[in-house]
Write a protein that binds this ligand. Structure first.
Ligand code: ATP
Ligand code: MG
Length: 266
């Protein structure tokens, strides 16, 4: 089949033009969950201004040292230098080369994107096998995806971001790549052809994790957490576990993989 990639790698892109919707938080949780599941995981932060995903991982390394605890992490890659040079074509090539270079060696690449439109973020969406769009719990946020009729709440149109995803899907189709699985972490879907799953509830605990680089998957003991574990930690973990199971990343990885189906049996 022309254009079909006989690859091991599954590219997961966090995208949403709405700032502060939880992209970096979810990117971190997925990355750590997959590393803990013994997957070979690389990560990339395309938000070169905020660098939250990168800082989150740096915080994790520093916290691990401070607590004298091993905290596993993905192989974090950086395209900051080429991106900051401002040569869009060179940055695009670097992104394509990075993905190509991981295709046979890694199981997952988690890419966090900035909350605004740019060429690299669009390209990441074309390369994505899975796009995950976190939304907050309101119609204000749904506006990022489409417009809603005020009387019926029916979806009446697609947004700028939905158009970016649609264009990326079209490019993939033309290239003969498998259809992207577009997952929205909220409740309104249907017409825009994504599937929705429950997102994370608003919990203080997720904000507290960031400065220590921790996730809901880390050991819930006092040495690791730096505070006493609470029911809230347990609930948060359950929530992220549900989220990751609903993403079916494992199934997707197996489907995306054409050779060595028993790779994970070792
Ligand atoms: N489930 C949650 N409950 C409470 N706070 C959360 C949750 N998820 C994320 N946050 C907090 O909300 C803020 C924004 O989250 P995050 O940085 O992950 O969003 P983002 O979409 O990456 O933002 P940006 O578009 O600016 O990159 C952070 O302070 C984060 O700790
Ligand atoms: Mg972010």
């Amino acid at each position: 089949m022309a254009g079909t990639r006989a690859q091991r790698l599954r590219v997961i892109v966090l995208g949403n033009e709405k700032g502060g919707s939880g992209k970096s938080t979810v990117a971190m949780h997925i990355a750590i969950a997959l590393v803990k599941a013994n997957k070979c995981v690389a990560s990339l932060d395309l938000d070169t201004r905020q660098r939250s995903f990168t800082h989150y991982l740096e915080n994790r390394r520093a916290w691990a040292q401070r607590r004298d605890r091993e905290l596993e992490a993905p192989e974090h890659l950086s395209l900051d230098e080429v991106i900051n040079r401002g040569d869009e074509a060179a940055a695009a090539r670097a992104l394509a080369d990075t993905v190509a270079g991981l295709e046979q060696s890694h199981d997952f690449l988690i890419i966090d994107t900035p909350g605004h439109d740019n060429a690299l973020m669009r390209q990441a969406h074309v390369l994505a096998d899975t796009v995950i769009t976190p939304l907050n719990d309101s119609f204000v946020d749904f506006d990022v995806l489409g417009t809603v009729d005020p009387e019926t709440f029916a979806v009446t149109g697609a947004s700028h971001y939905a158009a970016i995803v649609a264009e990326a899907l079209q490019k993939r189709r033309l290239a003969g790549y498998p259809v992207t699985d577009w997952i929205v972490l909220q409740e309104l879907s249907q017409t825009l052809k994504f599937r929705f799953i429950d997102g994370l509830a608003e919990r203080v605990i997720f904000r507290e994790f960031y400065p220590r680089g921790l996730t809901a998957f880390d050991d819930l003991d006092e040495t690791t957490l730096g505070t006493r574990p609470t029911l809230s930690h347990v609930t948060a973990r359950q929530e992220v576990e549900n989220l990751i199971n609903a993403m079916q990343l494992e199934d997707a990885a197996v489907i995306g993989q054409t050779a060595e189906p028993s790779r994970d049996a070792a």
